[in-house]
Each structure stands twice: as structure tokens, then as C-alpha cells.
Design a protein around this ligand. Structure first.
Ligand code: 5GP
Length: 178
């Protein structure tokens, strides 16, 4: 099947504004003296994460780490399995962790990943997603910070791809099947 780019759903300006607000919310909630470990889920969230952390105050103790995972299991699997392709460089034990993901759809990937990270005993574990396709949820995931709730249509750009393409777009666009 061939695909082409559709209309803009989120412009670069509205993304930038919202990313700034999210960074402010995180900084406020985290407290001045606390450090935070931002865990980005590769590859899509890397684009969002780098903008997000650069909107955080200079005097905030912000650490960045990345993971690459694939999730197996379905809505009936309670524990789920996460295959790790690339793991964190540092221990998160006793740390305030915020997982940053580009999009939450069924919620399966994130819920499996959160179970795995909980087992590493962080002091706190929160979730920040740029996009939430809430209509498609198959399992409950507590999203602490959400950029935008979007309808159930496939989107690309700002890190999100379609078979590896279009991650580099500055705006987020719909994809149309030709
Ligand atoms: P979940 O486990 O929540 O169903 O899956 C989340 C993953 O599905 C995201 O990390 C992303 O890779 C993919 N995904 C879901 N919806 C979209 C979409 O509209 N566009 C793109 N590019 N990826 C999506």
C-alpha cells in the first residue's frame, strides 16, 4: 500500500507552545531540590525529549537516558513482556523517573515498560506523552503529562514515522492511504 502526507494536525508552533507548558508543569511538580531522570523511548520520543528538556530551568537537576524496547502480549496478558534492545546506562533505583514517549495508543507498550521499570525501584515513576490516542486504549496507563489528545488516525512527523519515513517533519501530519 502507498501512503502520502495529509493535512497538518499539529503545527510546529502549537507543538513548541505545548512542550514549553509541559516542561513548566514538570519543573513545578518536581520541586527545586529534586533531580529527575528523563527516560526517552527510542526512536520516536527522542525528538520530543530533546525539545522538552531544553525548556526546563537551568538550575533543575535533569538527567537524560534512553531505552529501546518492543512489547509483546495483548490486552489479556496481565504482566506482558518487553524485549529490551537498548537499556538504560544508569541505575534508576531511588530516582525520580519520568518516562517520555511520543504516543500512547493501546497503552500496551507503556504498561509493560512501566512494570519493568517499577521492578528497578525508582523513588517515583511518571509518564509524559506528547500524543494520546485515548479512544484506542486497551489497558489503563496513568499518563501524568499529556501534550495533546488526538483522534484515532495515523500521524507522522516530529519523531513519528511511517515505516521509517517522515520522522523529520517539523509539523505533525495525517497519513493518507493512496
Ligand atoms: P501502544 O502499545 O500504545 O499501542 O503503541 C504505542 C506505539 O505505537 C508508539 O510508540 C508508536 O510507535 C506506535 N503508534 C501508535 N499510533 C501511531 C501513529 O498514529 N503514528 C505513528 N507513527 N506511530 C504510532
Amino acid at each position: 500500500m502507498a501512503y502520502k502526507l495529509g493535512e497538518v494536525i499539529l503545527s510546529r508552533e502549537s507543538i513548541a507552545r505545548r512542550v514549553h507548558e509541559l516542561a513548566e508543569d514538570i519543573a513545578r511538580d518536581n520541586g527545586k531540590d529534586n533531580s529527575v531522570v528523563i527516560v526517552g523511548i527510542l526512536t520516536g520520543a527522542a525528538f520530543f525529549l530533546t525539545d522538552l528538556v531544553r525548556e526546563m530551568p537551568e538550575d533543575m537537576d535533569v538527567r537524560v537516558d534512553f531505552m529501546s524496547v518492543a512489547s509483546y502480549g495483548d490486552s489479556t496478558t496481565s504482566s506482558g513482556v518487553v524485549r529490551i534492545f537498548h537499556d538504560l546506562k544508569s541505575s534508576i533505583e531511588g530516582k525520580n523517573v519520568i518516562v517520555v514517549e511520543d504516543i500512547v495508543d493501546t497503552g500496551l507498550t507503556l504498561s509493560h515498560l512501566l512494570e519493568l521499570l517499577k521492578g528497578r525501584h525508582p523513588a517515583s515513576l511518571k509518564v509524559c506523552v506528547l500524543l494520546d490516542k485515548y479512544e484506542r486504549r486497551k489497558t489503563e496507563v496513568k499518563v501524568d503529562y499529556c501534550g495533546f489528545r488526538i483522534p484515532d488516525k495515523f500521524v507522522v512527523g516530529y519523531g513519528l514515522d511511517c515505516a521509517g519515513k517522515w520522522r523529520h517533519l517539523k509539523d505533525i501530519k495525517y497519513v493518507i492511504e493512496e
